[in-house]
Design a protein around this ligand. Structure first.
Ligand code: GTP
Ligand code: MG
Length: 216
């Protein structure tokens, strides 16, 4: 997996899918199935933007100011060594009910059935507080036994002081379900190195720059 150590770019779009029959099974040049990392979160929280920032790609992952942009499960590979999955966001009332009804099972099916899924990145807007739906999804994901990193997004919208207070409140709401967390801003380019450090740590990769600290 030494290619990952060099740089976190060279991302490629592989395919979009709805059902397990449509999921791709990308392999590395040694013929092994790639470890996979999924990005989960409420609609408009910044999932697709975070992937672009991580990949250092401008438009590879489609983003939008209008919630509900990502409607399918999108698969990307990075350096031919790792797969990233951009999931549709949950919880946006303006997406038609019929569409939303399909998204819940689509996301849960993916999270429950994907064997090579290694890490779940749970994105949460630093300006919000978790509601029942967020807490239920978090505990369901954790019950599935995958390592979860809570990524507090859009931190450029709050002051340093507000950041700490908001983090504390969000974690209190998630209670014992609360996983380790980092701050992220695609605008200020905050969090990228730390996220790479965390991913490398969990995949038992060496991070050449520095690991970055993750608050428990
Ligand atoms: P869905 O696909 O609808 O679930 O949304 P998403 O979670 O993929 O969000 P997306 O990346 O499309 O971003 C939604 C909006 O948030 C866009 O207008 C982005 O420009 C904005 N956004 C994303 N990241 C940040 C950030 O770090 N700071 C600020 N201020 N805005 C951001
Ligand atoms: Mg999206």
């Amino acid at each position: 997996m030494n290619k990952l150590k060099k740089e976190f770019k060279n991302a490629k779009f592989i395919t979009s899918a709805v059902n397990p029959s449509g999921y791709p099974n990308p392999k590395n040049d040694r013929g092994e199935l790639l470890p996979e990392i999924a990005v989960v979160g409420r609609s408009n929280v910044g999932k697709s933007s975070l992937l672009n920032d991580l990949f250092q790609s401008k438009g590879l992952v489609k983003t939008s100011a209008t919630p509900g942009k990502t409607q399918l499960i999108n698969f990307f590979t990075l350096n031919g060594e790792l797969t990233f999955v951009d999931l549709p966001g949950y919880g946006y009332a303006k997406v038609p009910l019929e569409t939303r009804k399909k998204w819940g099972p689509m996301i849960q099916n993916y999270l429950a059935k994907r064997d090579n899924l290694q890490i779940v990145l749970f994105l949460f807007d630093i300006r919000r507080l978790p509601n029942e739906e967020d807490i239920a999804l978090m505990s369901w994901i954790k019950a599935n036994g995958k390592p979860v990193l809570l990524i507090l997004t859009k931190v450029d919208k709050v002051t340093q002081n507000q950041k700490r207070i908001a983090e504390k409140k969000i974690k209190e709401r998630f209670q014992e379900e609360s996983p380790p967390s980092i701050y992220y801003s695609t605008l200020k380019r905050e969090g990228r190195r730390e996220l790479i450090g965390w991913i490398c740590h969990h995949l038992k990769e060496e991070d050449p720059a520095h690991g970055g600290t993750v608050s428990e």
